[in-house]
Design a protein around this ligand. Structure first.
Ligand SMILES: [Fe+2]
Ligand SMILES: [Fe+2]
Ligand SMILES: [Fe+2]
Length: 326
């Protein structure tokens, strides 16, 4: 291993961060308009300022490493970032969808900066490592802020609905959960082969089994709402057919990206069930509420496990690119 190799990896991770921040900024500008609530809007406005700052800090580190803007553009054009392109496909159109997406996206950023800090540590670049950790703290704080407005998002979404409409909403959130689990199952069935480490693979495998159970539980609840398969299909379409191609065609750095993306995806699920349990609570559907609570525990544990194996995923990614492990 030469420090040169690590340096070019570092530039790649910084370039990914640059892309993620550009995408984040677009979202921060759009979010207040669909927030449906002044407090939710304010959270996004605050983070818009932070996001602009993150972009600047990342660009500074890129310049310090002598990565010319054209080189950055080249890399940004060829890599798809930490799968952020997949997330960009979600078109949040309601306060509920907005906070679900945002909660997940902040965890995508968190994962990206976590990986970046680890690569910087390995390259002995303490400044980049510090910047990555500082930004990571702000992403984490934003994720917390978003979690803090789940109640308000539900409130804003349900404000003008009659009790009948409430049941419709529970059914819709259940259909969404069903579609999200279908995506999870698709991702997790392929993930173990691409995991790069046995620790990471085990986390995916274990959660695949759980995800199948979750989908079954959701389906049972859907049946009590007279669910029709066609409507479940519609929900899957609403979610957008995610293109897993970039992961399934293994790239050298797939293990790290897959880990970051899966971590973000788990948080998409966490937010979806957080909202479902609130909407079900409003509708007096205790069974769905209890189910959401149970599933939430497993989603959180899965996210923690995936995060716990980040280092091994990064090892695998770097090794695959000829950059030896410390
Ligand atoms: Fe950011
Ligand atoms: Fe952020
Ligand atoms: Fe999950």
């Amino acid at each position: 291993m030469t420090s040169n190799d690590l340096q070019s990896q570092l530039i790649k991770y910084l370039t990914d961060a640059h892309s993620i921040e550009s995408q984040a900024l677009i979202q921060m500008k759009m979010a207040p308009g669909i927030a449906g609530d002044p407090e939710i809007a304010a959270a996004f406005e605050q983070h818009r300022t932070e996001t602009e700052e993150h972009g600047r800090l990342v660009d500074e580190r890129l310049s310090a490493l002598d990565a010319s803007p054209s080189k950055v553009k080249d890399i940004a054009g060829t890599v798809t970032g930490m799968g952020f392109g997949l997330f960009a496909k979600f078109q949040p159109d309601t306060p509920g969808k907005l906070v679900t997406h945002a909660f997940s996206y902040e965890h995508m950023e968190l994962a990206a900066y976590d990986m970046l800090a680890r690569v910087a540590d390995r390259a002995g670049d303490t400044e980049t490592a510090q910047v990555a950790r500082r930004i990571g703290e702000q992403e984490s704080a934003m994720a917390e802020r978003v979690a803090g407005v789940f109640d308000r998002a539900v409130e804003a979404s349900l404000r003008d609905l009659s009790p009948d409409d409430l049941n419709d909403q529970v059914r819709k959130y259940l259909e969404d959960a069903h579609a999200i689990e279908a995506q999870a199952i698709q991702l997790l069935s392929k993930a173990p082969d691409l995991a790069g480490s046995s620790e990471q693979a085990a986390a995916y495998e274990e959660h695949l089994t759980q995800s199948r159970e979750h989908q079954q539980l959701v389906e049972t609840r859907l049946q009590s709402y007279g669910a029709r398969p066609s409507r479940m299909k519609d929900a899957a379409l609403r979610l957008g057919a995610l293109n897993w191609g970039m992961f399934f065609a293994a790239q050298p750095d797939t293990p790290a990206k897959l880990a970051a993306f899966s971590y973000a995806f788990e948080h998409l699920e966490i937010a979806a069930y957080e909202l479902l349990r609130r909407v079900a609570g409003r509708a007096g559907d205790e069974e769905t509420q209890a189910m959401a609570d149970t599933i939430l525990g497993e989603e959180r544990a899965a996210a923690d496990k995936i995060h716990g194996a980040f280092e091994s995923a990064l090892d695998a990614s770097l090794e695959a690119q000829g950059v030896g492990v410390r």
